[in-house]
Design a protein around this ligand. Sequence first.
Ligand code: AP5
Length: 194
Amino acid sequence: MKLQKILIVLGPPGSGKGTQSKLLTDKLGYAYFSMGDTLREYAKIDNDLGREIKTTIDQGMIVSDPVAQRVFEESFDKVKDNVAVIIEGYPRTPGQIEVLKRTLKKFNITQPKVIFLEVDKEKLIRRLVLRSKTEGRVDDSDITPIEKRFEEYSKKTAVAKRYFESQGELIPINGDQPIEAVYKEILSKLGLNE
Ligand code: AP5
């Protein structure tokens, strides 16, 4: 079996990347790779790498390119034998884009589709504060790491959006709608029926 399709899901913190990726995974039967979830798994391991990742995430910063590359390559290896994969929350920096490009080349994938969820920052902060009450993520627990995630996003991650836009691969989605409506807009823009 050879990897043929990659669907990338990006957006600012709290924009619904995880929520929509899981719905799409169920619908399309693609394998699912979430960089945030994967890093949280690494962060549970009590070794130097795990501790470095945990500190970085808890502060609302993004992990360094070498760490991201190691985690991406190790973890992507586990899903690469599927025909199609949803990649959520990766790439977020120019260095990560280069790693992704090499991966695409290796599998001969020329046109990945990139879903980008757009929602205003103020609304996203409200969502994350609300989630902190139910899920207890350290990086949602206080306004400081939440603000830091937005700062990191506008300083570093917005580059990825501009890159995919320039390649004509970006599919912008209004993420400021009920979950089901966002999902319907994605399916429609991907040309898929419900
Ligand atoms: P990650 O887990 O990806 O965090 P994030 O980007 O801050 O995004 P979130 O997980 O908070 O939100 P989401 O967009 O997935 O939205 P969700 O569906 O959960 O990454 C965590 C950390 O890991 C980063 O800060 C960084 O340190 C590190 N990291 C990750 N990727 C990295 C990379 N590539 N390079 C370097 N470091 C990396 O929804 C959020 C909430 O809103 C939920 O409560 C949900 O129920 C609700 N919700 C969802 N959709 C809607 C809707 N339409 N209306 C109302 N509420 C909604």
